[in-house]
Ligand binder design. Structure first.
Ligand code: ATP
Ligand code: MG
Length: 212
């Protein structure tokens, strides 16, 4: 049975998905990883995979250079999971820290941000990077505990990061070791897409090329 519905603006805000990513589809996923991601996306008739992924708490560590499409890919997965009526929270590490600092709550003040991050069916932590170990608000140790708790409770988790696998192990050794049993580590390769956007923008704003 295909249990799929189109998403509304309220879904996106509930997911905390930045507006920039609302329109992203499988066609925007970098070619180098489109095939495995397509197995989980709507164009594939085997929609049961998404439910399985959520049920078994599977996920990905999407790593690669700046601008290759990691957040785009995570957004496409998040949209798919949400369209199958699962709960999703998409958050950058930076915003998660800010929400913790400002004691943000959800569901009429009944749920703290950390409770939501722990309990939601799919958590996307976007832009994982080296963190200040002495940060009293949210440090790498606490991020690791969050990831480990999700893995232990079989909660689907997707991370995006510019850190390569060696750097991931260096900065988040426990979490990355634990991730290996539930998450595929996938390198996202391709050109930096911001270069094309920047070139168009320069043309639009009338910036002349050097020597022209
Ligand atoms: N077809 C496209 N699909 C997705 N993004 C595109 C496309 N064309 C251009 N872009 C631009 O590429 C930028 C980079 O994509 P994205 O944010 O997914 O990369 P990233 O790998 O997460 O980068 P970072 O390491 O900086 O977080 C987007 O902000 C968007 O403006
Ligand atoms: Mg990104």
């Amino acid at each position: 049975m295909i249990n799929h519905r189109d998403l509304q603006a309220s879904d996106y805000t509930r997911m905390n998905l930045p507006a920039d990513l609302w329109e992203r589809t499988l066609a925007d996923v970098p070619e180098s990883i489109r095939e495995p991601i397509a197995l989980y996306c709507r164009c594939d008739p085997d929609a049961a995979r998404v439910d399985e992924m959520v049920r078994d708490g599977l996920g990905w560590v999407l790593w690669g250079d700046p601008g290759v499409g990691k957040s785009t890919t995570a957004a496409v997965i998040a949209k798919e999971v949400r369209s199958h009526a699962h709960s999703v929270f998409f958050v950058t590490v930076h915003d998660l820290r800010e929400m913790i600092r400002s004691k943000a709550t959800f569901d009429d003040n009944t749920v703290t941000v950390m409770e939501r991050a722990k309990d939601v069916e799919l958590l996307v932590i976007d832009g994982v990077r080296q963190m200040d170990p002495r940060d009293p608000v949210f440090n790498g140790y606490e991020l690791e505990r969050l990831i480990e708790s999700r893995l232990a409770w079989k909660k689907a988790t997707v991370l995006t990061t510019r850190l390569n696998p060696n750097e991931q192990k260096l900065h988040f050794p426990d979490a990355m070791e634990a991730m290996r049993v539930r998450c595929a580590v996938l390198e996202v390769k391709g050109p930096n897409r911001r270069e094309g956007v920047q070139a168009e923008l320069q043309a639009r704003l009338g910036v002349k090329k050097k020597g022209a």
